[in-house]
Design a protein around this ligand. Sequence first.
Ligand code: NAP
Length: 248
Amino acid sequence: MRFEGKIAIVTGASRGIGRGIAIRLAREGAKVIVNHRASKEQAEEVVRTIREAGGEAYEMQADVSDFQQAQQLINGVKKQFGRIDILVNNAGTTRDTLLLLMKEEDWDLVIKTNLKSTFNCSKAAVRWMVKQRYGRIINITSVIGLSGQAGQTNYAASKAGIIGFTKSLAKELGSRNITVNAVAPGFVPTALTEVLSDEIKQAILESTPLGRFGTPEDIAAAVAFLASDEAGFITGQVLSVDGGAVMQ
Ligand SMILES: NC(=O)c1ccc[n+]([C@@H]2O[C@H](COP(=O)([O-])OP(=O)(O)OC[C@H]3O[C@@H](n4cnc5c(N)ncnc54)[C@H](OP(=O)(O)O)[C@@H]3O)[C@@H](O)[C@H]2O)c1
């Protein structure tokens, strides 16, 4: 059990990739905080699934794009459990459209949900991780933050921002035994991606050397590795988990 005794927070863990990450970390012994914004029932299902498998998990509502709510979430976990070992900044959303048609609120919502939430939660958690002289922060970016994509200027900017944030924070915290890395998923069928047309999905499949879509479990395996002691000499990196779709 690699994460025995560890406290992990996964933002946006009520479904999709976050759900997969929460289940994986709990299976390996972590006590997992399953955060969500508005999907309590789904978050409760994740907690139930973890507990039925013998793990420990707790559902906690907070809109992590809101500075105060993110502070309350992180500080509440520290108060209740005494420490925070692993923070996975996973909560995210899209509002895809061409820039010519993009409304200011489409831009603001995506930047706030994806990028500002990462700042909000990291800022609160780092305070405790520095005191502990231990921490693992894993930010979920996207291959779109590396390659760009027409119709996703807001999303690509938020995800590229997460990469710059990750590298900078890794440099700030290396001397405190805290690693900060990013995982860049390729296409994973979830509620987030179900809005894409069949033509787009087919094109993604055809440009993926491994010839399949990703699963939440594929992404969770990479997150678990970066959260583990085996990855203790890795920081400031972006690990693409995309079937080879976007090679750097
Ligand atoms: N699926 C893909 O192909 C793919 C590819 C690359 C990167 N990613 C990234 O992976 C992450 C997860 O994506 P997904 O596909 O699993 O999406 P998803 O199925 O739509 O799940 C998103 C999760 O984030 C939560 N969330 C959204 N806004 C939130 C907020 N303000 N505060 C707290 N929680 C919030 C949602 O809960 P509520 O409904 O309660 O808000 C939900 O649990 C995102 O960062 C996404 O950009 C996904």
